[in-house]
Ligand binder design. Structure first.
Ligand code: SER
Length: 486
């Protein structure tokens, strides 16, 4: 039974043999895309190669990409821990062609890797293609010998991949694994497709268009390939399970959590361990990539994930901070593939310890406030939005935590009331930001505030100051002529 680490190596080595450059995962904070919160698929670091804006000295690449989906378009946070396949952090294995090979090579590569290198039985596999993509359907027939009923044509966006409202896109073909009749679910395209029986393991995108903001679509200068395989899903099927949390790597983190809290990994606290194992990965990797917990933007998403894990540790009855004690188990599993993890180990442990120590204090105070608030409420009543906002604003309770506690106590949450308070706070923040900018008096050295960004190619530069100012708190602000800072 291959381990997850072995599967990663098998994938990368196979594509290296096929002339692909093994490119390290890009950081979780995208360098070239301010519209994206975190890297959420393998193609993010290659976006400009698909659109032709950038070229590199390789035309074929393969990666194991760190991904976080916990905000924005792909928000799985509330489900994580409760299902077999939702994660905030996961790895996507991919092979990429930048104007080099296209469908007729991508499909045979995928089939050979899946059936020969990974040894997945052919009769367990089926594929989908975009409904108008006869080429792809014919190739699957020829290369894999799949019968027509195992090549399913899908007319929806499930088989037309877009990175977002704008950017490179194209039709795709997906490989599915049938876990067998003991699981409920139907093949892709059927009403029961969301069941646990037929699981998508690999998405091959035929990049050939670019989508623009006004809704128009043009052909890209080159036809390219972007694929993404969910390593946790493949590990699950190769290890004879349907549940990603039972695979070797994640299981070892669950066991570390059980050990640190002196509880049974499969007992009543099972879900808590699953949440902790998942969130340990996303929080540690985010900190290693330079995100720190804070009250807005990426830092706020990190804080929400951390606090959700810490809340589950609290539910396991742990009196002392837990999360930082699990980092060595993660480092042991994943730092060979991602050395940044061991390099940042001390920072990760320190950040988790500080946050959990503070969170424990706010949790105790907040829970007291919540007890007072709900004292007069009965089953089905709603916690007022202002109370949820106070918990958020004063005690740092993410609203999903308050929601979770309400659910446990059979209470509703006045979401609309909470939103009204949030909006009022946002307006206040905007007002004060305007006020602060108004106080700053810039001294111009060169004309204009604009920096030239060079961070795609270099992190070091000798440059000069275009303008400077001192703000109300006495901090100095500079605008540099060229800068590696995004
Ligand atoms: N970009 C595609 C996906 O995210 C394939 O990598 O599924």
């Amino acid at each position: 039974m291959p381990t997850l680490n072995e599967i990663r190596s098998t994938f990368l080595n196979y594509f290296a043999k096929q002339g692909h450059e093994i490119v390290p995962s890009s950081p979780l904070v995208p360098r070239n895309d301010p519209t994206l919160m975190f890297a959420n698929s393998g193609m993010v670091q290659f976006k400009n190669l698909f659109t032709g804006v950038e070229t590199r000295d390789y035309k074929r690449a393969t990666t194991a990409q760190k991904c976080v989906r916990a905000g924005g378009k792909h928000n799985d946070l509330d489900n994580v821990g409760y299902t077999a396949r939702h994660h905030t952090f996961f790895e996507m294995l991919g092979n990429f062609s930048f104007g080099d090979y296209f469908k007729s090579e991508a499909i045979p590569f995928a089939w050979e890797l899946v059936t020969k290198e990974l040894d997945i039985p052919k009769d367990k596999l089926l594929v989908t293609v975009y409904h108008t993509d006869d080429d792809a359907a014919n190739m699957w027939k020829k290369v894999a010998g799949l019968s027509d009923d195992r090549i399913i044509r899908i007319a929806t966006n499930d088989n037309f991949w877009m990175m977002g409202p704008t950017g490179p896109c194209g039709p795709c073909t997906e490989i599915f694994y049938d876990h067998g009749k003991s699981f409920w679910g139907g093949p892709p395209g059927s009403p029961e497709e969301d069941g646990d029986r037929f699981i998508e393991i690999w998405n091959l995108v035929f990049m050939q268009h670019e989508q623009f903001e006004d809704g128009s679509k043009t052909d890209l200068p080159n036809q390219s390939i972007d694929t993404g395989m969910g390593i946790e899903r493949v590990a699950a099927l190769l290890q004879g399970t349907n549940d990603n949390y039972s695979t070797d790597l994640i299981r070892s983190l669950i066991e570390a959590s059980a050990h640190a809290t002196s509880s049974d990994p499969d007992g009543p606290g099972k879900t808590h361990h699953r949440v902790i194992a998942d969130h340990l990965r996303s929080t540690s990797f985010l900190i290693a990539d330079g995100v720190m917990p804070s009250n807005d933007g990426r830092g706020y998403v990190l804080r929400r994930i951390m606090r959700r894990a810490m809340r589950h540790a609290h539910l396991l009855g742990s009196q002392d901070p837990v999360m930082h004690r699990l980092v060595p188990a993660l480092v042991q599993q994943m730092s060979a593939a991602y050395p940044e993890l061991s390099q940042a180990q001390a920072l990760i442990e320190e950040t988790l310890l500080q946050e959990e120590t503070r969170f424990k204090q706010t949790l105790d105070r907040g829970l007291k406030l919540l007890d007072d608030e709900v004292a007069g409420l009965g089953d089905g009543d709603a916690l007022p939005g202002e109370a949820a906002f106070k918990l958020y604003d004063t005690y740092g309770f993410p609203v999903d935590l308050t929601r979770l506690i309400c659910e446990e106590r059979q209470l509703e949450l006045d979401e609309a009331g909470f939103e009204v308070c949030m909006e009022a706070q946002r307006n206040k923040a905007r007002e004060s930001a305007r006020f602060q900018t108004a106080q700053i008096e810039w001294k111009e050295m060169e004309v204009g505030p604009h920096s030239r960004f060079i961070g795609y190619n270099s992190y070091n530069v000798e440059t000069w100051i275009r303008r400077f100012a001192q703000n109300e708190s006495g901090q100095w602000l500079f605008t540099l002529d060229t800068t590696p800072f995004y």
